[in-house]
Write a new protein. Structure first.
Length: 262
């Protein structure tokens, strides 16, 4: 049986809209350029499709500037999908907009009804679901998620997102069933004890958010030392521009939901 944590038949993405320049950001390093963002997004979709997956590209949602970051709206597991409850009040409507699309693909769609939790704080591995507490995810939201996933046989472990880091997965990503790419800062917390860990190279911490999608590791372009590490470790790498999403604190995983519907 293929690893369910990184082997998928489907993905959902959403095209960035004109309003993306008004998206949330912790530090203002300039507004994203929409034309460049759309080029990067098209390359991203092409890379997902190149693995053989069916990829849906939803229309932009202009009332929601951050709507292209669809990962925060839901968690998709082999047994069903769970609609999240984003911690940023302006993003609550995005999760509701995603529900009909998942209802069309899943026979079982649950909804977080208390607290706050975003998909960017959730790392699913073969052995457990790691959830980082952050400014966008609280203990009540994690407890609600734990209750839902326990019915499906999943174990949730709560960890701490480092101060100043928006989401847990800003600083890490899954490379295979037993290996994680992580910043040294996050790994020092001990949250990955029992896993193989590859550290991002010094000065390249911003590439920690990558995606293992079927046979390929998609990572942001512009981080040559970490790319070389992953290549030497035997991973097939696809590098994709992410400069405009990064201006909104977005990484590659933020831009898609990846799953096999049931």
């Amino acid at each position: 049986m293929p690893p369910v944590s990184h082997t998928f038949t489907h993905a959902i993405t959403r095209r960035p809209g004109n309003s993306v320049t008004d998206g949330l950001r912790d530090t203002d390093i300039g507004a994203p350029d929409l034309a460049t963002f759309l080029d990067h997004h098209a390359a991203y979709v092409a890379a997902l499709r190149a693995t053989g997956a069916t990829v849906s590209v939803l229309d932009a949602l202009e009332p929601y500037p951050d709507a292209c970051f669809v990962e925060d709206t839901a968690l998709c597991l082999p047994q069903g999908a769970i609609i999240m409850r984003p911690g940023a009040p302006t993003r609550l409507g995005e999760a509701l907009e995603m529900k009909p699309h998942l209802d069309a693909l899943y026979s079982n769609v649950e909804t977080i009804t208390s607290g706050y939790i975003e998909g960017g704080d959730i790392l699913v591995t073969e052995r457990e679901i790691l959830v980082g507490l952050s400014a966008r995810t609280d203990a009540t939201g994690v407890a609600n998620l734990t209750d839902i996933t326990a019915k499906w046989g999943h174990k949730v472990r709560t960890v701490q997102t480092p101060p100043g880091v928006l989401h847990f997965k800003t600083d890490c990503s899954l490379l295979d069933a037993v290996t994680v790419l992580s910043t040294e800062l996050l790994d020092a917390s001990g949250c990955f004890d029992g896993y193989n860990v590859i550290h991002t190279s010094p000065g390249e911490e911003a590439c920690a958010n990558a995606i293992r999608f079927n046979g390929s590791v998609l990572m942001p372009a512009g981080f040559p030392c970490t790319a070389e590490k992953l290549d030497k470790a035997g991973y097939e790498i696809t590098q994709i521009g992410n400069s405009e999403a990064a201006k909104l604190d977005g990484g590659l995983s933020c831009l898609s939901l990846r799953f096999t519907p049931c």
